[in-house]
Design a protein around this ligand. Structure first.
Ligand code: ZN
Length: 85
């Protein structure tokens, strides 16, 4: 959290938080129903928390794990977000 900016950055793991169309978002072959329900809960919880924070006036940036591998890109992205008012 960056309270002075009123901004919050989340870094979501692609697998657990189900990054859409991402090659890291795989589904285990065994106990599929268990995993699918677990993933669904995670995604719903994320959406809920983010919408609560936004309603409270926070600016929220969600970064995905796969977007953090290139330090330059990551830095540009964070700068852009932090520079926005
Ligand atoms: Zn991803």
């Amino acid at each position: 959290m960056l309270p002075r900016h009123g901004k919050i950055v989340f870094v979501h793991g692609c697998f657990w938080h189900r990054h859409k169309n991402c090659r890291m978002t795989t589904t285990p072959k065994s106990r599929k129903a268990f995993w699918l329900s677990k993933f669904e809960k995670n995604v719903k919880r994320d959406a809920r928390s983010i919408s609560v924070l936004r309603r409270q006036g926070w600016k929220v940036l969600v970064l995905w794990q796969c977007q953090t591998t290139d330090p330059d890109k990551l830095e540009r992205r964070l700068r852009r977000f932090l520079d926005e008012s």
